[in-house]
Write a protein that binds this ligand. Structure first.
Ligand SMILES: Nc1ncnc2c1ncn2[C@@H]1O[C@H](COP(=O)(O)OP(=O)(O)OP(=O)(O)O)[C@@H](O)[C@H]1O
Ligand SMILES: O=C(O)c1ccc[n+]([C@@H]2O[C@H](COP(=O)([O-])O)[C@@H](O)[C@H]2O)c1
Length: 211
């Protein structure tokens, strides 16, 4: 039986759970993702943040690592935080990954008395109108755009009241940089959780990365 956490809200006589959703390719997951999720969880009193590794991220222009590797790294990175969960909905669905499907699947799984908060960095927020069924996406979750070094955070192109903007501690980390470091023999300690450093070394990920 799931214990009630402080983030539960009463709507009339019904308790409503607040769930954060952090979607990403996570190739690999790094502390920029974790800090953003944690800050938003604190700010909105979220009961849980579910990390959802993409299956086939159709807008990434480089090849991505196998979904199971990205999933396992995400599990390792979130293991110590009882409020963090990982979902397989996107990696178990065939075809390109669309957030409209992610949110429909999560809504079905969590049930009706749930508010979803989809967390995105400033770069992803900028491109949201190019996502599949963008209009519907905004009806399925409230969007939370977070600051990311090197990108301007703005919601002026998005529907009113569908997005909130949150400043998070600046973490100038990207998965691209982590992959490039491994490929060129540099360390990635402290950019990603220790278990992820060890998983990458053990599986030999990114050693022959060209980009
Ligand atoms: N350092 C960061 N600070 C805040 N948000 C971030 C940061 N890194 C990634 N994000 C956000 O996390 C989500 C998933 O990002 P993703 O897994 O593509 O990581 P990435 O570092 O951008 O990867 P890549 O370098 O391969 O493009 C996106 O919404 C992205 O904007
Ligand atoms: O729905 C879409 O068409 C869509 C297009 C690009 C990205 N997304 C989602 O945005 C999140 C971050 O993606 P990415 O590619 O920056 O790792 C992740 O949950 C993706 O599924 C979604």
């Amino acid at each position: 039986m799931r214990q009630k956490a402080s983030g539960y809200r009463l709507r009339g006589s019904v308790t409503v759970q607040r769930i954060g959703v952090m979607g990403g390719t996570f190739d690999p997951i790094h502390h920029g993702h974790l800090v953003a999720a944690n800050e938003v969880a604190e700010r909105y009193g979220l009961d849980e943040v579910v990390f959802v590794p993409t299956g086939q991220p159709w807008q990434k222009d480089t090849a991505v690592s196998p979904a199971e590797d990205r999933y396992l790294m995400t599990v390792l990175a979130t293991l110590s935080n009882p409020r963090f969960q990982v979902s397989r909905v996107d990696i178990d669905r065939s075809g390109p990954t669309y957030t409209v499907d992610t949110l429909r699947d999560l809504r079905r799984g969590y049930g009706p008395n749930t508010e979803l908060f989809f967390i995105t960095g400033a770069d992803a927020l900028d491109k949201i109108l190019s996502w599949k069924d963008a209009d519907e996406v905004f009806s399925l979750a409230h969007f939370v755009g977070v600051t990311r070094p090197g990108f301007a955070l703005s919601d002026s192109h998005l529907p009113a009241n569908s997005v909130s903007l949150v400043q998070v501690p600046a973490m100038a980390i990207s998965s691209t940089d982590c992959r490039m470091r491994v490929a060129t023999g540099k360390h990635i300690w402290y950019l990603v959780p220790d278990g992820v450093v060890q998983y990458i070394a053990k599986q030999g990920l990114y050693r022959h990365q060209v980009q």
